[in-house]
Design a binder for this molecule. Structure first.
Ligand SMILES: *Cc1c(COP(=O)(O)O)cnc(C)c1O
Length: 226
């Protein structure tokens, strides 16, 4: 980690690398850069806001409420907030009230709760379905084999088509087969958005068609814990 660089410099570096990757792939668009601010100290988040970064990703509803509903509440209206961590149904109201995008929809019970919350609160965030492309037992997400039935059910039962698919490839594996797989699933189901790529692999994700990349430590610096 290049801790001698400022957060603004690291962000510029990431944006440059995204541009270069898009060019290599012959893309004429760029993925959105989501700054993953989970666990980061306020001083770093402040520096990121000052760099002009307007899209943020968070793992936990409570932590996000404290950061974006309290500490940095004055910025909230200028920002787009993505929930990228697992969501418990008892946090559904809070998540719907706070986030613009919920990337981790992975079961019908959660869909039901989100729609109920949306009715109550009067807004429905954009929804992505998380796919467990590595079929890891401990990881959230719909198994690839279950995705067609899950999407069909969302449509028939709730008249919902998710805006995107999201994945987190298994640690220690090459990410590109997972990105390729997720892209194919999205194409097969007519889903436009692909959230994939983190600090270690956002360039390859960009080459493989990510419409958003979720980058934390490469811009903020290492997390103390997570
Ligand atoms: C923490 C996290 C990230 C960012 O990870 P970095 O390696 O720090 O870029 C991206 N996506 C998800 C789902 C995360 O939980």
């Amino acid at each position: 980690m290049t801790d001698l660089l400022t957060i603004a410099e690291r962000r510029t570096d990431v944006l440059d690398k995204i541009k270069a990757a898009a060019k290599r792939a012959g893309r004429d668009d760029l993925p959105a850069l989501i700054a993953v601010s989970k666990v980061q100290p306020d001083a770093r988040v402040k520096a990121m806001l000052e760099s002009g970064q307007r899209i943020y990703g968070e793992n936990r509803v409570q932590e996000a409420q404290s950061r974006w509903g309290e500490t940095f509440a004055a910025h909230r209206k200028d920002l787009t907030l993505h929930l990228i961590g697992p969501l418990q149904t008892n946090k559904s109201d809070d998540a719907v009230a706070l986030f613009d995008v919920i990337e981790t929809v992975d079961r019908e019970k959660l869909v039901k709760h989100l729609l109920k919350s949306a009715d109550k609160i009067g807004r429905l965030p954009r929804l992505y379905v998380q796919v467990n492309t590595g079929e890891e037992p401990q990881k959230a997400g719909v198994l690839p084999a279950d995705l067609p039935a899950f999407l069909a059910r969302m449509k028939s039962e709730y008249d919902l088509t998710p805006e995107g698919l999201m994945c987190i490839p298994p640690v220690g594996q090459a990410a590109s087969p997972h990105f390729w797989f997720l892209g194919n699933l999205a194409r097969d189901h007519g889903i436009a958005k692909l959230s994939m790529g983190m600090s270690g692999d956002y360039e390859v994700a960009t080459e493989m068609g990510a419409t958003s990349v979720r980058v934390g430590s490469a811009m903020f610096g290492a997390r103390d814990y997570d």
